[in-house]
Design a protein around this ligand. Structure first.
Ligand code: AMP
Ligand code: GLY
Length: 438
């Protein structure tokens, strides 16, 4: 009876926990930073502690005699929790610190792809002074994007046309980032439709997950500040309405090439999920960023349709036997929407109650994110609170179901009602058609 440690307590970890708990004969132990009511119910032991304290996590793993760990969030991966657990005899589903740099360091990721001739990145330049920035921009024909290095979860990126308008305004922002960080990455601005393509790997074999489109902007119509993701959808054919088959194939092969390049570079096998953030553009597919974990909310879409036993899946990754594991997925469309506190992300109401008890859980699945369970109810923090996932034969049907059930959630909350609607999807398809002249 394997004992599994899950690190993390967001909605992504809630669905990971529920998939693991559905496996036969497993015991689930959780190391979390807060009391997630959904995850708590699924686990035999639940410790609240500091996710960035490797010693606390390994001590808990040893006390619980854990067989293997699954690491949910990016920061513990970047902090080397997988290496610390390994040194304590506990293998993990999740990359070691060195390999997690593919997410944690944009410069590491870019250097790796350039060195291994994986031509997926837009034009870019890392600069450490304003003069170099001016010179590079002088040669660039398009608008540009400013990216601080490190873990920004998409929130630190500044896009011309959105976050600043003119080149002069952009340079002002560049000098602010330089003052703070000493260096900054500049990038050609790409125009297209973004999608996430996640691949589970044991370092040698690959299982590609359905493509997903997340919605980073806080407000309807893709307006407002960037967030961790307000909601996402996937389609029954595991592609997306605006993608060609070749777009998905390119994304898959870039992910495979990156795992191979990581191995050649480090001699280490990447075990876990590699998340490519891609954008379909005029002449194909480009890469925006890599993450070393499941996306959140994308985890809900892809694990929501996973038919195979997830504990066995993780075990196959850890044992490097993914090549002989048969992964299968239900051919269903999914829509996941996040319910957030009013005012999120800039001025969220903090510490308000949320009550999802009226939701019909035979129609949707509910995954708790940044909430804290107290004796008198579930409280929101200042971040995304509850993810609502529906599955159906079409995206539109799944969307309608999420709306019906979100209406039943009580509290001072907001969500994006446009995600997965016909109007928004048609806009995406028209956008690609106009870019690709089809
Ligand atoms: P990142 O942190 O690299 O994922 O970027 C966050 C968001 O900024 C992305 O999801 C895009 O919406 C936007 N973005 C990043 N890089 C570019 C780019 N080169 N062109 C256009 N938009 C971008
Ligand atoms: N949904 C974006 C992310 O997980 O980074």
């Amino acid at each position: 009876m394997p004992k599994i440690l899950l690190v993390g307590n967001g909605a992504r970890e809630h669905i990971i926990a529920s998939k693991l708990a559905a496996s036969k004969d497993i015991t689930l132990c959780i190391f979390a930073s807060a009391a997630n009511p959904g995850i708590k119910k699924l686990s035999q032991s639940y410790q609240v502690g500091d996710l960035m304290n490797n010693k606390e996590i390994t001590t808990f793993a040893q006390k619980e005699k854990i067989d293997f760990a699954v690491i949910g969030p990016d920061e513990p991966l970047g902090n080397g929790v997988v290496d610390a657990l390994m040194a304590a005899g506990v293998p993990s589903f999740g990359p070691s610190k060195t390999l997690a740099q593919i997410e944690g360091s944009k410069s590491f990721a870019r250097n790796l792809l350039v060195k291994h001739k994986i031509q997926a990145y837009p034009k870019h330049k890392s600069v450490s002074n304003l003069e170099d920035a001016k010179n590079w921009l002088g040669e660039l024909a398009s608008e540009f994007v400013i990216k601080p290095d490190g873990y920004t979860r998409g929130k630190g990126v500044l896009v011309q046309g959105d976050h600043f308008q003119t080149q002069a305004e952009g340079l002002q922002k560049v000098s602010e980032v330089l003052r703070h960080d000493g260096k900054v990455l500049l990038e050609e601005k790409l125009v297209g439709e973004e999608f996430s393509l996640m691949t589970i790997t044991d370092g040698t074999s690959f299982v590609h997950l359905p493509a997903v489109q997340d919605h980073k902007r806080a407000f309807e119509g893709d307006r407002g500040p960037n967030t961790g993701g307000m909601g996402s959808y996937s389609d029954a054919n595991f592609s997306l309405p605006f993608l060609k088959e070749s777009d998905v194939e390119v994304a898959r092969s870039v992910n495979e090439a990156v795992v191979q390049a990581l191995f050649e570079e480090t001699d280490l096998k990447y075990k876990g999920v590699l998340y490519g953030g891609f954008i379909a553009v005029k002449d194909g597919v480009k890469l925006i960023e890599y993450n070393a974990r499941f996306g959140d909310p994308e985890a809900m879409n892809v694990l929501g349709v996973l038919k195979s036993d997830f504990a066995e899946f993780c075990q196959a990754v850890i044992d490097e036997k993914l090549g002989s594991f048969k992964a299968s997925f239900e051919p269903l469309a999914t829509v996941c929407k996040y319910v957030v506190p009013e005012g999120y992300p800039d001025n969220p109401l903090k510490g308000k109650k949320i009550d999802a008890s009226g939701v019909d859980q035979s129609k949707v699945e509910i995954y708790y994110a940044s909430v804290d369970e107290k004796p008198d109810g579930v409280y929101m923090t200042s971040s995304r609170a509850v993810a609502v996932l529906a599955k159906a034969s079409t995206i539109y049907e799944a969307e309608a179901i999420t709306e019906q059930e979100i209406d039943k959630i009580k509290g001072r909350v907001a969500h994006r009602s446009d995600i997965g609607t016909k109007a928004l999807l048609e806009k995406r398809v028209e956008h690609i058609k106009s870019i690709r002249n089809i």
